[in-house]
Design a binder for this molecule. Structure first.
Ligand SMILES: *Cc1c(COP(=O)(O)O)cnc(C)c1O
Length: 389
């Protein structure tokens, strides 16, 4: 590790990634294909580290947020199916076609604009708004929605191959939310079936994210869009997940200086990681980091380029150059840091500055490193029963 040791580094643990993907795949019904969500540079892990690994594991579908990301993934996976969840300006339709990228189609108007700008057919999946209330063709009544979609199929430079939606509350196993998610699923399945009955049998239908894929895996889709869970973080609600996972990202640094503070009788360690590296100022005096597996509290402010840890209890055994784990091991997860400043783990991992080098590791999977959320399992299982029923 010494060669990369400038001030801090991120370990990207490909064994952990594989472990998580295999666990999620086991939950998916046999007919459902895994689509790896690799937007935001693979949730901060680096497309260069994640995409080829996933391809070599047999993953063939990738989802991204925009065209730049799609082209990045294309570089690592020349043969992959790449799907853009977000907006691509219509004038870039020829680039979509050239790179064989599938675009999410949010409205009839957008479909027309894409088709008009394209010089050869652009592949698309129709986005339906089944209750998220954001983007997509509004879809509550099956026939009304189906009829509204029909003209899209007549556009000359659009090749429609699928339909998809985003659940509003899939991350929650609350009874009311599970019922709502179920209703959203019924709506898209009904429209998909209606289109098939009216001459447009689409190859793909998808609506599950990480949470839905493990809380409520449905056989009524062909693809599942999995993000956060494969990187070893819990979905956006502090509920138990029914599979063990292991964080694929660890943010590390070293102790560069040790000081004894006479006034407070504390020994502190200076660690060269600050808010410009993505470690939030809001974590000051709250978060802990690990030195020799011992949690040490951040004392004082988090500065632009460094922070200080209280190492009074273990002062004897800490030396300059010792490794510090800021998150990604034991109880010190990105989810834990997120909880401390009222955000979600996704933000913590996406915010780690690009200037911090990503280093590939393949750590052995040990039981003690797994996140096994046991609390509340029985309550959760009751709801799952209602979700399946
Ligand atoms: C980001 C995203 C996902 C992945 O969600 P996770 O909760 O990270 O699994 C799925 N679908 C859409 C539309 C997304 O934008």
């Amino acid at each position: 590790m010494k060669s990369a040791l400038h001030h801090a580094w991120v370990e990207v643990d490909l064994n952990a990634l594989e472990f998580n993907v295999r666990g999620i795949q086991k939950k998916l019904p046999k007919n459902v294909t895994y689509m790896a969500v690799v937007k935001a540079n693979s949730y901060g892990h680096g497309n260069e580290n994640i995409c080829e690994k996933l391809w070599n594991m047999g993953i063939r579908w990738f989802a991204v947020a925009n065209l730049d990301e799609a082209i990045s993934v294309r570089k690592y996976c020349p043969e992959a199916e790449i799907f853009i969840l977000g907006y691509t300006p219509p004038y870039l339709a020829p680039t979509l076609a050239e790179n064989n990228i599938i675009q999410g189609i949010v409205s009839m108007e957008y479909a027309k604009e894409l088709s008009e700008s394209a010089t050869s057919p652009v592949r698309g999946h129709i986005k339906l708004d089944t209750g998220m209330g954001r983007i997509g063709t509004r879809c509550t009544d099956t026939e009304t929605c189906g009829k509204e979609l029909l003209p899209m199929f007549e556009l000359p430079n659009l090749k429609l191959e699928g339909v998809y939606t985003h659940f509003a509350a899939a991350d929650s196993p609350e009874i009311a939310d599970v019922a709502y998610t179920r209703r959203q699923e019924d709506r898209i399945v009904n429209v998909y079936n209606w289109l098939a009955e009216n001459g447009h049998k689409l190859e793909h239908i998808h609506f599950m994210n990480s949470a839905a894929s493990v809380y409520c895996p449905s056989p009524r889709c062909t693809l599942s869009r999995v993000g956060i869970l494969m990187y070893g973080l819990l979905p956006n609600a502090p509920y138990p997940v029914p599979i063990p996972i292991k964080p694929a990202m660890r943010l590390k640094s070293t102790v560069v200086q040790i000081e004894y503070i006479e006034k407070t009788k504390q020994t502190i360690a200076v660690v060269p990681v600050g808010y410009s590296d993505g470690y939030s100022r809001l974590l000051a005096n709250k978060a802990q980091a690990l030195i020799h597996d011992v949690p040490c509290t951040v004392v004082g402010e988090v500065h632009m380029n460094y922070l200080t840890l209280d190492i009074t209890e273990i002062a004897e055994s800490v030396n300059k150059g010792d490794e510090v784990i800021l998150f990604g091991k034991g109880a010190i997860t990105a989810n834990y840091l997120a909880f401390l400043y009222d955000t979600i783990g996704d933000e913590v991992i996406c915010n780690v500055s690009r200037r911090i080098p990503r280093i590939i590791v393949n750590e052995e999977i040990k039981d003690e490193d797994l996140i096994l959320e046991k609390a509340g399992v029985s309550e959760y299982e009751t709801n799952i029963t209602s979700c399946m029923g």
